[in-house]
Write a protein that binds this ligand. Structure first.
Ligand code: EPZ
Length: 423
């Protein structure tokens, strides 16, 4: 397994390009199942999760071709479709469950393995299955698989009130509703930019969708969808992650393709912590105002609140800030696994249930640490960039799921970082 070595203490200066969003691409790709016509995605990120989704769609009979070194994904699912999403692929990535809605809408039935456990939480699918049930799907759980069938052969429109603004459930139901008979309304829908990006793509394919980006989305079902080419929206989580690099190290970095409206709640917290964020014609420029960031309290929430996917990275900054911050994680039940690793680097963190109290220290100390999940792994790299001495982050396969070319991107702005093969 590979590891990443970081030698900290250098200010960072220069530009970092932001790639297309992993969490948009992972819901845009299953949309190919909704049409017999081609779907082409541009500005696609090159990540192992995208390769996993490619494998899954190919196992269902879709043609998926990666062009221009992975930047373009050309897909087509004309002809026979296999409706069984096997456990051995689904268990690798929870987002595999996003084929459930499209398969049901297209074929009237689907057999999708439950994703299984995940480091950050149980992550059940009750909101997905209850919503599809209201649309006329009969769903049974047997031997670890969801066996779903549209009663009468075709889903029908319904009014669905979500108990929680689930991102994946909003995506599954929205895709299923595009081909249902009648109108579907999703209330308390997720409002993330990736939801709007999916709606934009589906409209390009001929779907009739309104209200995406608000808490109430209306989808008027149609009989068939057509071809489309769609650019994947910029990755707001990668953006926020790299914005924290100059915040924690000093210097000034411009994030190419970044836009404040993708992460305004995060930018407000950076401002409160003493970090300047300026919009330029190419993206966002980030610079720390003083020699040390200031403590701020953070509570994660569904969009437009502070993103849970930036909580671990923000904790790394707050470990070096002056004062004590309280981080509250409200989305997942086990998303502080980076805390013990940061403590190994000299951080002062106390975790009580969903809250972590962080008292900043002048300097973190480099140490061997272990990545436990995707966002925790990059939080440890950020801490290593600011620490005295060398930090070795092992199990970086977590990182490869959601960040392309981390070493290259950080090296170009002056970081002392390299990837090595771990014994
Ligand atoms: C998406 O996951 C993202 N993944 C996650 O990013 C992100 O953290 C999450 O949304 C929240 O923003 C992708 O888009 C591929 P949810 P998703 O359904 O759809 C509970 C990353 O690091 N819940 O909004 O699974 C669930 O257990 C990943 O890129 C139910 O209880 O998130 C969780 O506690 C991590 N029942 C909360 O809701 C359900 O049926 C949020 O889940 C569905 C969800």
């Amino acid at each position: 397994m590979d590891a990443i070595l970081v030698r900290g203490g250098r200010p960072l200066n220069g530009q970092i390009p932001i790639a297309g969003a992993k969490n948009a691409c992972l819901t845009l790709m299953p949309a190919t199942l909704l049409s017999e016509e081609p779907l082409t995605l541009t500005n696609a990120p090159r990540l192992s999760d995208i390769r996993t989704m490619t494998q899954l769609l190919q196992s269902l009979g879709a043609e998926v071709t990666s062009l221009q070194e992975g930047r373009v994904i050309s897909m087509s699912s004309h002809g026979a479709i296999n409706t069984r999403a096997d456990y051995d692929i689904v268990r690798k990535m929870r987002a595999s469950n996003l084929v459930l809605g499209p398969l049901l809408a297209r074929e009237g039935h689907a057999e999708v393995s439950l994703p299984g456990g995940c480091a950050i939480g149980a992550r059940p699918m009750d909101i997905h299955t209850d919503g599809l049930g209201l649309m006329g799907a009969q769903i049974d759980l047997r031997d670890g698989y969801l066996y779903a069938k549209a009663v009468g052969g075709r889903l029908k429109g319904a009014v669905i009130d979500f108990p929680f603004a689930s991102v994946g459930a909003t995506e599954n139901i929205m895709m299923a509703a595009t081909l249902a008979k009648g109108t579907t309304v999703i209330n308390n829908a997720a409002r993330e930019p990736e939801i709007v990006d999916l709606a934009d793509c589906l409209r390009r394919m001929g779907a009739q969708i309104d209200g995406d980006g608000t808490a109430s989305i209306t989808i008027q079902g149609v009989d068939r969808l057509g071809a489309a080419t769609h650019p994947v929206v910029a990755d707001r989580i990668e953006l926020g992650t790299y914005m924290l690099a100059p915040a924690i190290c000093g210097g000034e970095v411009e994030l190419l393709g970044g836009r404040i409206n993708l992460i305004s709640a995060f930018c407000e917290k950076l401002d409160a912590a003493g970090i300047d964020v300026t919009e330029t014609d190419k993206g966002l420029k980030v610079k720390r105002r003083t020699a040390r960031a200031s403590a701020v309290d953070v509570t994660t929430a569904p969009f437009p609140g502070f993103p849970t996917d930036l909580q671990a990275q923000m904790m790394a900054l707050l470990c070096t800030a002056s004062g004590t911050s309280v981080l509250e994680e409200t989305i997942f039940e086990n998303r502080f696994m980076h805390a013990p690793e940061l403590i190994r680097m000299g951080a002062k963190i106390e975790v009580h249930g969903g809250k972590a109290s962080v008292t900043g220290v002048e300097r973190l100390k480099g140490a061997p640490v272990m990545a436990t999940d995707l966002r925790a792994s990059v939080s440890l790299i950020l801490a290593g960039l600011a620490a005295e001495g060398e930090t070795k982050v092992s199990r970086v396969y977590h990182l490869d799921r959601g960040y392309e070319h981390v070493v290259e991107k950080l090296s170009t702005v002056g970081a002392d970082i390299e990837r090595v093969t771990d014994q």
